[in-house]
Design a protein around this ligand. Structure first.
Ligand SMILES: Nc1ncnc2c1ncn2[C@@H]1O[C@H](COP(=O)(O)OP(=O)(O)OP(=O)(O)O)[C@@H](O)[C@H]1O
Length: 603
């Protein structure tokens, strides 16, 4: 019927032919992703004139000032690029693209990329800097590295991120030109366990001490001037007593010079204790404040009459203090946002931004720091901080080769889909490994510390309870546990305070108890296990941990990096074991493993 009517129309064959021709002419309609997302758009030409937009339209060919004839006209029958790619012959002749070997990961690409050329160039630049003496730190700060931060280490050289960041932040080799009064912005991006904390802390301490020296000099001059003034206008009565000195609080009371923001109370304690260690020799006041401390302690630390230099806090606490007392951020010259990908994500971002906005008038340097730069953060930073200096280490997003990743198939015999059983068995196997595998110093070497990561908070207690029934000394660490208990639990895995044993304390409500010799016939005496999500472990320096078990396959490569990053820290060896079961992305695990084996950056 339709055919009959179309035949009846005199123009029908012409119309069809025309529409076919139009369709053939039209570019493929498939929507393609831009390959220039990372490139900034130039606003001006090299001569300073604004870039003219091309007008493609019916009048695009009018008012041309040049002929625009292409020097080499392509033959009319030249095949299009997609055609060349499609044909076998074309594929052979087309330049081969370097393949990164990721297929499953490409589907969930989460991390910002850094070209290998860029990585090689940084490696070359850093090769010549092999001592803290070359970084431009003042003598007292430099000396305190060996005496306070890394005592006992014989040969101390700066790590890649320290070599890159410290001179850049201090301006040792000069600073890029910028408008006067404009705050400098830095992004420190380096792999987990690579010493990022010292990379930002050292230059901040240095800057504080220098500013203090300048202020002290200015104050002395001011006092001298006042004294001279007073003497000039000295009262006639020589017996008149001078007025007693007023007991005024220190000008820096409640007004720190530097603020370090971190996501958790555990990290506040960790960074706080490093800052305090430095303050023993380089004199300054560092105050860690978090919900783990009582309001009185927080008030006393912040408003100490002897003043304050560095505050280490979570955004929640500092934002609430700044709301009632905006003065607290009125003198901040240095703001560090550690774990920036967490603190600038949806949940933390409003608070972090609020603090940043309030501190901006006095801010000289903003330092963002992270081991993972998700693509979303990358584009956020490009918009919000266009002048950001990116200090990226050559191994960013790569899990070091010294960390091995094994896979246990929980679907196979004897587990038959029972992941809890697979986890318990893996821990028992770890307990049998020889002691020399352990990272930790001799006196603690016989005790093996294992972290089990799960994806959901609720699962922490379930898994820990199960492990206890299998004679394993396991404790669940989640947000429901008290902050103080958190800190104590993690302390033993950080290797800092070996005498504290939270395992001897009463268990958190709702968790099973490990009582050696009672829960089962068999028990493990040489292993301690923490079961957690990676929320509480972000940035925690668990140097005593050699083994990490990924009970669940992590959702993203970002989680892979942070979870496996709790082992193999600062040149140590480490092992990860991932338990795969029904529905888990085995292809993702396979590619992560291969990437780790090749030392490639994950995507
Ligand atoms: N130059 C150095 N030489 C030897 N050890 C160092 C050096 N700098 C830092 N360390 C040690 O390296 C360990 C890891 O440092 P840090 O916690 O700062 O790593 P990080 O890069 O912040 O890790 P994450 O991304 O997991 O937060 C710490 O125990 C620290 O004392």
């Amino acid at each position: 019927m339709i055919r009959a009517s179309s035949q009846a129309c005199p123009f029908s064959s012409w119309t069809q032919a025309r529409s076919v021709a139009l369709l053939q002419k039209r570019k493929p309609s498939r929507m393609e992703l831009s390959h220039r997302v990372a490139q900034s758009t130039p606003k001006q030409t090299s001569s300073g004139k604004p870039v003219k937009r091309k007008t493609n339209g019916p009048f695009g060919a009018l008012n041309q000032t040049s002929a625009n004839i292409r020097p080499n006209q392509e033959p009319y029958n030249k095949r299009s690029q997609p055609e060349v790619k499609r044909s076998t012959r074309g594929r052979e002749s087309a330049p081969k693209k370097q393949r990164d070997g990721y297929h499953a990961l490409k589907m969930q690409r989460a991390l910002g990329s850094v070209s290998y050329g860029h990585r090689t160039a940084i490696k070359r630049t850093l090769a010549g800097i092999d001592s803290f003496g070359l970084l431009g730190l003042s003598k007292s700060v430099q000396d305190s590295i060996t005496s306070q931060a890394l005592p006992g280490l014989k040969e101390i050289t700066p790590t890649a991120v320290q070599r890159l960041a410290i001179p850049a932040i201090l301006g040792t080799y000069g600073r890029p030109r910028q408008k006067s009064g404009q705050m400098e912005q830095f992004l420190l991006a380096a792999e987990t366990g690579s010493g990022k904390t010292m990379a930002y802390l050292l230059p901040v301490i240095d800057a504080i001490k220098r500013a203090e020296a300048v202020e002290a000099e200015e104050e002395a001059q001011e006092k001298g001037r006042e004294q001279a003034e007073r003497e000039k206008n000295a009262p006639a009565n020589m017996y008149e007593l001078p007025s007693p000195p007023v007991d005024a609080p220190h000008p820096s009371t409640g007004r720190p010079r530097a603020v370090i923001l971190v996501p958790t109370a555990e990290l506040v304690a960790q960074v706080g204790s490093l800052a305090k260690a430095f303050s023993h020799t380089v004199k300054f006041k560092a105050s860690p404040i978090s919900a783990a401390y009582s309001p009185t302690v927080i008030r006393n630390r912040l408003f100490s009459p002897s003043g304050i230099d560095i505050v280490i806090s979570t955004p929640h606490l500092l934002a609430s203090i700044a709301e009632s007392d905006p003065n607290v951020l009125s003198r901040v010259s240095h703001l560090v946002v550690d774990e920036a990908d967490s603190l600038l994500d949806r949940s933390f971002s409003p608070l972090t931004s609020e603090i940043l906005d309030k501190a901006t008038p006095s801010l000289k340097q903003l330092i963002l720091c992270s081991a993972t730069i998700p693509k979303s953060l990358d584009s956020f930073l490009r918009n919000r901080f266009p002048d950001l200096r990116r200090l990226v280490t050559p191994n960013l997003h790569a899990i070091p080769r010294r960390v091995q990743l094994g896979v246990v198939d929980a679907d196979k015999e004897p587990y038959r889909g029972n992941k809890n059983l697979a986890c318990a068995e893996t821990i028992w196997n770890i307990s049998k490994l020889p002691d020399e595998y352990e990272n930790f110093e001799a006196e603690h070497a016989s005790m093996k510390r294992v972290i089990v990561f799960v994806n959901e908070r609720e699962k922490t207690v379930e898994v820990a309870d199960y492990l206890v029934t299998k004679g394993i000394d396991a404790v669940a660490l989640n947000r429901d546990a008290e902050k103080e208990r958190h800190t104590k639990l993690l302390a033993e895995f950080k290797g800092a305070q070996p005498n504290i044993s939270p395992y001897n304390e009463p268990p958190a409500p709702g968790t099973a108890t490990f009582t050696p010799g009672v829960m089962g016939k068999r028990r493990l005496a040489n292993v301690k296990v923490l079961v957690m999500t990676d929320l509480g472990s972000r940035g925690i320096d668990t140097t005593a941990v050699k083994h990490v078990i990924l009970y669940d396959v992590p959702h993203t490569t970002i989680d892979f990096i942070h979870r496996l990053g709790r082992t193999g820290r600062m040149g140590r060896r480490g092992r990860g074991v991932v338990l795969v079961g029904k529905g888990d992305r085995r292809d993702v695990v396979k590619e992560v493993r291969e990437g780790m084996f090749k030392g490639q950056a994950l995507i």
